[in-house]
Ligand binder design. Structure first.
Ligand SMILES: *Cc1c(COP(=O)(O)O)cnc(C)c1O
Length: 387
């Protein structure tokens, strides 16, 4: 079936016992047994599996066109489960721009397990290929990236990574953090990636009311390993969070369309504003990797970043002048959020690392919500007027 139909129905068919059209929220920590080794139903203990999470995992696998999904208590918990696939001495290659929390997890947590991170100098497939070492077991990328919206060719990187053999004789796994485009606009497994991760906190939940994450894979063995970690470490989402995510998924295609419509208008407004020095938006035909939008995406999420003239003092004045748009971390909700990557989402990066990847003090990231775009543009214009 087509994407909108899958989003409404996968994992969300009427409950066989009661006929409830929505999946009931199963608030129970455990499940009765009929005897030793005899489960009464499908479930045993809610950390291992439970009806609400089971239904959600079916939904997420379906919208990502994958075989299996696993849900976690946060995007970071799902990233941790992927990193648990590594052994001490293994190495990871990442693209230069990744979420600040991912950087923190790599460099400040997994580093101490003797796992080395090699950062590619740019996102070209050749450069990523050249950064692979004989110890590389994972290649981790975000496209479009956070916060500068760099794109790379997933299919081409997948092919190069899979043609490579590390000294264990295995091909590295390609992991794509697909949080920004959401499954509505990009499906990395269909392009050759091995693992997709999500912060469901963002577009999948879509209402700024849940923290959660997910992993999607096709390979049976990989799934079994990740499922083992999910249960062993136990960073699982609550049933109510699962319910809210499934509710979000039903409207994901509709919401993404509106985010996209709005971001084009806001990006165009920003580009024509004299207070703005530079706009980063893959929808512009002069954006460096613009042709990849049509090649591997079905649309663009509501993300646009820009630099304003006048440095941090003007950024502060500009933020203070906003009345409708909210200064906050996160993205992908109905309300438009603005953030300052250097001190917020990417504060975990040392200044020198920020400078290397273009995160300057005058960089601003906007998550364009579902409001009327004219109201957003008026709010931005009034705040620009104050500087
Ligand atoms: C927010 C975010 C994460 C982390 O997800 P949490 O749900 O906050 O733990 C990971 N990757 C990207 C791209 C994000 O935006």
């Amino acid at each position: 079936m087509r994407f909108s139909t899958i989003a409404v129905h996968a994992g969300q068919r009427p409950d066989p016992h009661t006929g409830a059209v929505c999946v009931p929220v199963a608030l129970t920590s455990t499940f009765a047994m009929d005897g030793i080794g005899k489960l009464r139903g499908e479930f045993e203990y809610a950390r291992s599996d439970n009806p609400s999470r089971h239904a959600l995992e079916i939904s997420i696998a379906a919208i990502e066109f994958g075989k299996y999904a696993l849900a976690f208590a946060s995007g970071q918990a799902s990233s941790t489960a992927v990193l648990d696939l590594l052994q001490p001495g293994d190495e990871i290659v990442t693209t230069p721009n990744v979420y600040g929390g991912t950087y923190r997890l790599f460099h400040y947590v997994y580093n101490k397990y003797n796992i080395k991170i090699n950062v590619a100098a740019n996102t070209s497939p050749e450069t990523i290929n050249k950064t692979l070492t004989e110890k590389t077991v994972l290649v981790w990328g975000e496209t479009p990236s956070n916060p500068l919206l760099d794109l790379f060719d997933i299919a081409e990187v997948a092919e190069r990574v899979h043609n490579f053999r590390n000294k264990k004789g295995t091909q590295p796994l390609l992991v794509i953090d697909n949080t920004f485009p959401s499954p509505a606009f990009q499906n990395p497994l269909l392009l050759g990636a091995d693992i997709v991760t999500h912060s469901c906190t963002k577009y999948i939940g879509g209402h700024s009311d849940v923290i959660a994450g997910a992993i999607v894979v096709n390979d049976d063995r990989l799934y079994e390993k990740l499922k083992f970690y999910q249960n062993a470490a136990g960073a699982v989402p609550e049933p109510l969070s699962c319910f809210l995510l499934q509710r979000g998924i039903r409207t994901l295609p509709l919401r993404m369309k509106k985010h996209e419509e709005n971001v084009y208008k806001v990006a165009e407004f920003l580009r024509n504003n004299i207070a703005v020095e530079q706009v980063f938006f893959p929808g512009f035909t002069d954006f460096p990797q613009h042709e990849l939008v049509a090649k591997q995406m079905r649309g663009l999420p509501g993300m646009v970043s820009f630099k304003i003239h006048g440095g941090i003092d003007n950024v502060k004045k500009f933020f203070a002048g906003l009345k409708l748009i909210i200064l906050a971390e996160s993205l992908g909700g109905p309300e438009t959020l603005i953030c300052h990557p250097a001190t917020m989402t990417h504060a975990a990066l040392p200044k020198s690392e920020q400078a290397k990847i273009g995160i300057t003090d005058n960089l601003i990231r906007l998550s364009v919500g579902l409001e009327d775009p004219e109201d957003l543009i008026e709010d931005l214009q009034e705040a620009f007027n104050t500087i």
